[in-house]
Design a protein around this ligand. Structure first.
Ligand code: ADP
Length: 396
């Protein structure tokens, strides 16, 4: 059984092909096309790369195509992407304008080109479906809540991978097992040992922090959309809702202008005055650019704010995990986030932290009560496994 996972961005199409013939998901090949102008051509290129590489002989070799879909109105979990589901995704386009439209476009193109192949989505919100209502409610009028204004949480596939892998690495197979089976036993099973508490920091182009207890999310720094929480590369992160009204009234901004400002010209780009890649920001800061230094400081401050929130909610933690582009590769940012947290039991080993390169490692000191880890994320594997499970359940 071969399952292709397609990761669709507005200007990129990345893919990973997994083989499940041994029962476990084994990565056969990965690839991607950057600077995509025409998604249809990019999808054809993926198909021919798979054929030319000898990974598939025809489209019929693909049992399904899986997608790390973002959000849909009234829908979460892992399910087949019928036109009805895609229309529900479309209803959220203006809530997740950077994320939902490229997926919808790509899914329709795949459906068109490969009508016989099931298309299955694991929604990024799925990992948060067991959060208590006190963590999902905004303090808005009931009519707003009924219209769908609630906290969700995103980067679910990544944080789920961290939930599982951190437990494995720290010898908590009972918790890893629970995390692995979340979607089939609805987070119902109990763990045997003491509570296992993790804060997972997915820091990348988009960033979010999740509190995890016994393999299940208790909260995520993103809310109704992937817009809130930490500042992102070009999106704002947390913002007082009155700021929107203030700028609309003061500068006579239209809804579209506000969307452009908050979704394209804010975040690290807005703060630094133009850069949205942390490498460029760091280089500029090192050269003495104060706006870039400020962008890094705001980012670090926000990460510490969210770590503090989940630290309190979890009554302490066993592990703090860094993942994704920044979390896996930027030792300086990890060090700044972990600085002066010894009273919370977090003590980084600075030489270990500086010496690793995007690899799995424990980077805290031996005597640190909290283990600090770097774990390269594997969102596609999580999606592939859930797609397989979905197909197996459908057969039974
Ligand atoms: P996305 O959210 O788009 O998937 P990534 O997880 O790839 O983003 O993270 C992008 C961020 O991570 C950028 O700010 C980039 O500077 C940083 N980053 C990614 N890869 C590296 C690397 N190899 N070395 C240093 N920084 C990196």
């Amino acid at each position: 059984m071969k399952i292709l996972i397609a990761n669709l961005g507005s200007t990129s199409v990345k893919y990973r092909l997994f083989d499940f013939s041994s029962g476990e998901g084994v990565l056969l090949v990965k690839g991607g096309i950057e600077r995509v102008n025409d998604h249809a051509t990019a999808i054809e290129q993926v198909q021919s790369e798979l054929k030319e590489g000898g990974w598939i002989t025809s489209q019929a070799d693909l049992t399904a195509i899986g997608f790390k879909t973002i959000m849909a109105e009234g829908i979460t979990g892992c399910l087949e992407l019928t036109e009805e589901v895609v229309e529900s995704m479309e209803m959220c386009n203006y809530v997740a304008p950077a994320h939902n439209p490229p997926y919808i476009k790509g899914i329709r193109l795949f459906a068109n080109k490969m009508p016989e192949t099931p298309l299955v989505g694991l929604f990024e919100t799925a990992f948060y479906q067991w959060m208590p209502e006190s963590s999902t409610r905004y303090a808005v009028p009931k009519s707003w809540h009924e219209a769908g204004v609630r906290r969700w949480g995103f980067h679910g596939a990544s944080h789920k991978f961290i939930a599982e892998r951190s437990a494995e690495l720290l010898g908590r197979e009972d918790v890893a097992d629970r995390a692995r089976n979340l979607y089939i036993d609805d987070a119902g099973s109990k763990v045997e040992g003491p509570p296992f508490r993790v804060i997972s920091c997915h820091l990348g182009g988009s960033s979010s922090i999740t509190g995890i207890k016994d393999g299940t999310a208790i909260g995520n720094s993103m809310g109704l959309s992937p817009q809130s929480g930490l500042p992102h590369n070009n999106r704002v992160g947390d913002l007082d809702s009155m700021a929107v009204l203030h700028m609309m009234r003061r500068n006579n901004l239209s809804v579209d202008q506000v969307e452009q400002a908050l979704c394209c010209d804010s975040g690290l780009k807005g703060l630094s005055g133009g850069h949205n890649d942390i490498r460029d920001i760091q280089t500029a800061a090192d050269r003495g650019d104060t706006n870039s230094r400020l962008a890094l400081d705001v980012f670090v401050n926000s990460a510490r704010h969210w770590i503090g929130a989940y630290f309190a909610q979890l009554n302490g933690i066993d592990a703090l995990v860094f993942t994704a582009g920044i979390g896996e590769n930027r030792a300086a940012i990890r060090a700044e986030i972990c600085a002066n947290m010894d009273q919370l039991g977090i003590q980084l080993d600075s030489s270990k932290n500086a010496s690793i390169e995007a690899e799995e490692a424990i980077i805290s000191r031996e005597d640190s009560a909290v283990k600090v880890l770097v774990i390269p994320t594997n969102e596609e594997l999580v999606v592939a496994r859930e797609v397989k499970r979905f197909l197996d359940n459908k057969k039974n």
